[in-house]
Design a protein around this ligand. Structure first.
Ligand SMILES: Nc1ncnc2c1ncn2[C@@H]1O[C@H](COP(=O)(O)OP(=O)(O)OP(=O)(O)O)[C@@H](O)[C@H]1O
Length: 614
């Protein structure tokens, strides 16, 4: 009993959520474009009223005029009214489709996207790292426009069907009230038997599923390139597959046979007996009886009642399909709402201002894990970076280098320990100001579809920035080694990059893009520059030049750089070697080589490639 009550409660909550999700889009639409929404509903209602006027009432009027010899001018007058009404309706429909709809829909789409972009801007990085959340985020963004269109279609369909059911229902009630029982009975029985049929089809699909998966596997083995060699070289595989193919087809045939009779009967009952048979045979017999035997309705009424009952039944069925549409739409809107309701976890506690000069950054016993289930990635890290120091982070793949950088940037907070800047926990600083004082280039930086200058400045708010800061931009590009490429570009700093919007845009190579991205860090007035594998796409000469530029020209900034190429890191003030999330060595290059431990081994393994250049 309790279980049943809980199920009912669950269903009620589900229905509430389904309706509230759809209402969410309806509300945004009404708030953004109220006239459009009202117009849409008005168009739906008036169109159905006119269809009734022409197809049902109009036919009845004309047939009765002939049957009962009404004066011809009166009939013409009626037809004129119908024609004028249609002309007005058509004009309104055209205005709606070509004007109001075209202008208002983008406004509603823009409003929803604004809400979503606003949220996306503040999402914790954790959300991007979590594939499940990220997939949902991408899906909800890509579904935003479609959800709006779907909701509007549902409103349109619902109001059209509802109007038609009401006008046809009233007409049936007024003309021959018993008729409505035929319609409702036929509709109810059709729905009932269709549901039984759907259930049967569903169990059939479930039963067939494993067999069909097997059949599709055998199919793939015979046509996919991946299996071609094995299949040719091992005839026994072929024989085995043939026999399995034979068996699986027999199984599928057996399942289909089991369901065939029941399915045929249910299909016959739901599609013919409760539907066409009731309206075409039983109902028409009833109508003829009322007209010919009882003489209570005219022959014209027989025609229009039959017509009208068909309309009503069709529209009742349409209304029944709206509910599944609403619940499907709700699934997508749910994702949008989940995304919008995300509460960010990384916030400022005291909003303190960040010091104007570079200060000491200190990691005190920092441990961190992305999730409880995976455990810690970093263990008890203690590290001090003095102002203007150049630190290199090295270690094999997966050692935790990038993770450490993410903690320093406060993209995540440590699970244990603390990070201090100028002796104050970084959680106490204004988060935007804190991140602003760090210039970071990650491995997966992006080049934006705009000109070279803006790609360095990364600030589109001021049109004159490029002219005003030209010298700084050029210096940054020179330090990062981009100058040579810049000299070849047709419009210098104003050259548009990528061909996304500009046919004549320039696509840079991987290394050139990297140099351009690195220039951002040189340009930014940051206290701390973090370069996560800044030279991975550079050739050895460019890498060497970048290394020199970094160590010699940025003497008023602290620098942390991660690199797998030890030639880039050898001149750092201190090299920190990470292994499985722990600092295992920490010294200058010379000292680490002298110690002959893991760093020295790594250096030896790579040295051959770099000795000549360095
Ligand atoms: N978002 C994440 N969620 C869960 N685990 C993660 C996430 N990012 C990284 N990891 C795991 O943390 C460990 C350290 O990754 P990290 O990227 O910090 O290493 P790395 O030293 O920078 O590696 P590489 O040299 O390959 O770039 C790896 O085992 C990785 O699988």
């Amino acid at each position: 009993m309790d279980k049943q009550n809980n199920k009912k409660k669950d269903n009620k909550q589900k229905l509430k959520r389904i309706l509230s999700n759809n209402w969410f889009i309806i509300k945004i639409s009404f708030e953004t474009a109220p006239f459009f929404m009202l117009f849409m509903i008005f168009i739906a209602i008036q169109a159905q009223c006119l269809i009734f006027l022409e197809h049902t009432y109009g036919i009845k009027y004309v047939l009765e005029a002939v049957e009962f010899h009404k004066p011809f001018p009166v009939v013409v007058q009626f037809l004129l009214i119908v024609m004028i009404s249609w002309a007005i309706s058509f004009l309104l429909g055209t205005i709606y489709t070509n004007n109001v709809h075209q202008k208002s829909l983008p406004k509603i789409q823009k409003r929803l996207k604004e809400i979503m972009y606003e949220k996306a801007k503040e999402l914790d990085l954790e959300c991007y790292d979590n594939p499940e959340y990220y997939n949902e985020f991408v899906l909800s963004l890509s579904e935003a426009d479609k959800s709006i269109t779907r909701t509007h279609q549902i409103i349109d369909t619902f109001f059209r069907a509802l109007t038609s059911v009401i006008v046809s229902g009233v007409f049936l009630l007024v003309t021959d009230s018993l008729s409505i029982i035929f319609v409702l009975a036929s509709f109810g029985l059709t729905i009932f038997f269709s549901q039984l049929l759907n259930k049967l089809n569903f169990s059939n699909r479930l039963e067939k599923n494993p067999k069909e998966r097997k059949r599709s596997y055998i199919h793939r083995v015979f046509y996919l390139n991946d299996y071609a060699k094995e299949v040719r070289l091992n005839p026994s595989i072929r024989t085995r597959l043939y026999s399995e193919f034979d068996q699986v087809n027999k199984d599928i045939y057996g399942i289909e046979k089991k369901y065939a009779v029941k399915r045929t009967w249910l299909h016959f009952v739901s599609h013919y007996l409760t539907n066409d048979f009731v309206s075409d045979v039983v109902y028409i017999t009833y109508l003829v009886f009322r007209a010919a035997v009882q003489h209570v309705i005219s022959y014209s009424s027989v025609v229009v009642l039959w017509n009208s009952s068909g309309d009503m039944k069709y529209n009742l069925q349409t209304m029944a399909t709206v509910l599944p549409q609403i619940s499907e739409n709700s699934l997508y809107i749910e994702k949008i709402r989940n995304f919008i309701s995300y509460e960010k976890k990384i916030t400022s506690i005291k909003n303190l201002p960040v010091p104007k000069e570079p200060k000491t950054l200190e990691l005190k016993n920092v441990s961190f894990g992305y999730s409880e289930k995976d455990g810690y990635i970093l263990h008890d890290i203690c590290l001090t970076i003095e102002p203007n120091q150049k630190i290199a982070l090295v270690g094999y793949n997966g050692a935790g280098k990038t993770t450490l950088i993410k903690l320093i940037m406060r993209l995540y907070d440590p699970s244990e320990g603390e990070i201090l800047y100028n002796g104050i926990n970084i959680k106490d600083y204004d988060i935007n100001e804190y991140r602003e004082m760090i210039g970071t280039i990650f491995q997966d930086f992006k080049i934006f579809a705009t000109n070279v200058g803006y790609n360095v400045v990364l600030d589109y708010t001021d049109e004159d920035t490029i002219t005003r800061r030209e010298k700084d931009i050029r210096n940054a590009l020179e330090f990062s080694g981009f100058k040579e490429k810049l000299d070849t570009l047709p419009q210098d700093l104003l050259t548009e990059l990528t061909t996304e919007f500009e046919e004549n845009g320039v696509d840079l190579s991987g290394g050139e893009s990297q140099k351009l991205a690195i220039a951002r860090a040189f340009y930014k007035d940051a206290h701390l520059v973090i370069l996560d594998e800044p030279s991975s796409a550079l050739d050895p000469i460019a890498e060497y030049q970048l290394n020199e530029a970094m160590l010699q020209t940025v003497d008023n900034k602290s620098v942390i750089f991660i690199s797998h190429r030890l030639s880039t890191t050898r001149n750092a003030d201190r090299i920190i070697m990470l292994e499985q999330g722990r600092i295992i060595e920490e010294e200058t290059h010379e000292e680490l080589i002298r110690l002959q431990q893991k760093y020295a081994d790594m250096w030896k393994a790579q040295a051959g490639k770099y000795v000549d250049i360095a």
